[in-house]
Ligand binder design. Structure first.
Ligand SMILES: Cc1cc2nc3c(=O)[nH]c(=O)nc-3n(C[C@H](O)[C@H](O)[C@H](O)COP(=O)(O)OP(=O)(O)OC[C@H]3O[C@@H](n4cnc5c(N)ncnc54)[C@H](O)[C@@H]3O)c2cc1C
Length: 308
């Protein structure tokens, strides 16, 4: 049976990490490589997923060492075990690690996949969702970065064998992280992880209070279109689109956003799309599953009142 490596990082299991295990188990026996200063929680979580082995990296202070350390040690493990695939979450960090491992192991790489099948054919949604492309790596290990919210996670009970790998010899000495500060956490879910995203566009005129209140009532993250960011109405970290974040939530609610191709490029793979726009001709309605023609403030006020 083929070996499939997945990369799990951080102090707790993310939904993106859990999805990697589900995708991996379609194609073979999953080994989770765990990079964490507190690996216990991830090891325990791996036993709730279709994972047959975990490799816990030791000897690296992940808070201080750059992602080059993780890339080097992962490349070493890939060379040692020759897995059929390495699946990594499609964050900026995940994609950089994956690219570095691909170079070091002379393997092919596919980024931003939304699906991968048992034959390790990856599916990408490209050009703002206008095309669906299937591709397969033909050289070395298939290195694939996977977007989140693309598969349902069903938990299971497994008893993965636990192995430790000393990565001390692979620590990057050229770059050391001297200090880091966690971003201010809001009570809202992050854009990347949220299963619902409520986004505001130029039509909000910079008034995000109702968007935020509505988002909080339904447990959603808040997003925005580029003019909102360019006008300084909302921070850049919340921009969705070609030059912002790519999201793939269960539900995307666009309020006062016209639906330009560059915006759709960042959200078109959402399962259900709802558009609120006062212009019945707004392009967003072409891809929306549900559309509400009306003033966004009136619509959101009614929705908030109904929810309350
Ligand atoms: C290289 C490049 C990269 C880009 N990257 C991005 C990107 O990453 N993300 C992004 O979003 N854009 C990006 N853009 C910009 C993109 O082309 C559009 O200009 C932008 O998405 C438009 O934002 P908008 O829909 O909020 O504004 P508009 O196009 O001005 O639309 C506002 C909409 O709000 C509606 N409206 C107004 N008032 C109300 C109301 N009271 N109630 C309901 N509806 C109302 C209007 O009918 C209109 O449809 C990029 C452009 C370029 C050239």
């Amino acid at each position: 049976m083929s070996q499939i490596f997945i990369l799990l990082e951080g102090d707790e299991l993310s939904s993106a990490g859990a999805e990697l295990a589900i995708f991996g188990s379609r194609a073979g026996s999953v080994t989770a490589v765990i990079c964490s200063n507190n690996p216990e929680a991830l090891v325990a979580s791996a036993a709730t997923l279709p994972v047959e082995r975990v490799i816990v990296l030791t000897g690296i202070d992940f808070a201080k060492s750059s992602l080059r350390s993780v890339s080097s040690v992962l490349a070493e493990l890939v060379k040692r075990d020759s897995p059929a695939a390495l699946l990594v979450a499609s964050s900026a960090r995940g994609k950089e690690i994956a690219a570095r491992v691909a170079v070091r192991t002379e393997s092919g790489i596919v980024t931003d996949a939304i699906d991968v099948n048992a034959a390790l054919e990856a599916t990408q949604s490209i050009f703002g969702g206008s095309y669906t492309v299937s591709s397969r790596v033909t050289h070395g290990t298939s290195i694939v970065t996977m977007r989140s919210h693309c598969v349902e996670v069903t938990t299971t009970t497994s008893s993965p064998a636990v192995e430790y790998f000393d990565g001390a010899g692979y620590v990057d000495t050229q770059v050391t992280i001297t200090s880091s500060e966690p971003a201010q956490k809001s009570a809202r879910p992050s854009l990347a992880e949220a299963s619902i995203v409520v986004s505001g566009g130029r039509g909000t005129d910079g008034k995000f209070e109702l968007i935020e209140e509505f988002a909080d009532l339904i447990g959603a993250a808040v997003g925005a279109s580029r003019p909102v960011i360019d006008s300084g109405w909302y921070p850049h970290a919340y921009q969705v689109g070609q030059t912002g974040k790519t999201v793939s939530p269960q539900c995307y609610i666009a309020c006062g956003i016209s639906g330009a191709i560059q915006h759709k490029a960042g959200m078109q793979t959402a399962k259900t799309i709802i558009a609120i726009n006062k212009d019945p001709e707004a392009p967003f309605f072409e891809i929306a599953d549900f559309g509400i023609v009306g003033d966004l403030f009136t619509v959101l006020q009614s929705a908030i009142a109904a929810l309350k």
